[in-house]
Design a protein around this ligand. Structure first.
Ligand SMILES: [Zn+2]
Length: 252
């Protein structure tokens, strides 16, 4: 069954970013994000939540936008642009860090990002945003013991059910890291689907519990973004692109 492309984002900020982040590729400007949404609308593409995309027969000409970590910039900059266009998204939150900061990134030297708290998540859920699980503590799951895995995957599902009144339908592996044990734990916890990242070793096209998402990067061309929306990007990314371009130029 064909599924819509699932894109991965982290931050939408107006810029300039002060202090500058280590991982600039995780930050889209609000203007860039708004322009991307306008392009989706102009092409008649509809946004779905991740949970909707994994229902039987999802609508054609649709796309899923996912945001990892649940930062305040989603509420302040991404959500208003989505809402203005009647669009939706899935927000993957770390259930043990609500209202806190991105401590897992801070340990690697990244700048501090404030995370959304329980009230904000309830408001966003009421407005049609899918609030789903990105584990409890953002650990590298394949390195966890079985007990820790259960805490991170099933525990975060229970946390969000208590918060929102219904269990989250989908799960997002921190860092996209998934192996056989984490895959089995996500299924056992009752999620309907779980997402990773394109080109991560455990990601498997067609596998609803190891789904490869495509990263939406700042500064990429409209052509590259349209490839990602078309479903052709995974194939394109495997081709020796430079060689093809050289051959095409040689034909001029
Ligand atoms: Zn994350």
């Amino acid at each position: 069954m064909s599924r819509p492309p699932i894109l991965m984002l982290h931050h939408v900020e107006p810029g300039p970013l002060d202090p500058p982040p280590l991982h600039l590729n995780s930050y889209l400007t609000r203007a860039d994000f708004a322009g991307f949404l306008d392009d989706l609308a102009a092409r008649g593409l509809r946004t779905l939540t991740c949970a909707e995309a994994f229902q039987p027969n999802p609508p054609r000409r649709s796309v899923v936008l996912t945001f990892d970590d649940g930062c305040r910039c989603f509420r302040d900059h991404a959500f208003p642009e989505l809402q203005a266009r009647g669009m939706t998204a899935t927000l993957y939150v770390v259930s043990g860090a609500l209202g806190g900061t991105n401590h897992w990134d801070r340990a690697a030297g990244e700048r501090t990002e404030e995370l959304l708290g329980a009230d904000d998540l309830r408001t966003l859920a009421t407005a049609g945003i899918e609030i789903a699980s990105h584990s409890r503590h953002h650990r590298d799951l394949p390195a966890c013991s079985d007990a820790e895995l259960a805490e991170e995957i099933a525990g975060s599902r229970a946390d969000l059910e208590a918060l929102l009144g219904a269990p989250p339908q989908t799960f997002c592996y921190p860092y996209g890291h998934v192996d056989e044990r984490t895959h089995a734990a996500a299924r056992a916890a009752g999620y309907g689907a779980a997402v990773s990242i394109h080109a991560q070793p455990g990601a498997r096209p067609g596998d609803p519990w190891a789904w490869p998402r495509l990263i939406l990067n700042p500064g990429e061309s409209r052509f590259e973004r349209r490839l990602k929306l078309s479903g052709l990007y995974p194939l394109w990314s495997r081709l020796p692109r430079l060689g093809i371009l050289r051959r095409l130029r040689g034909r001029r």
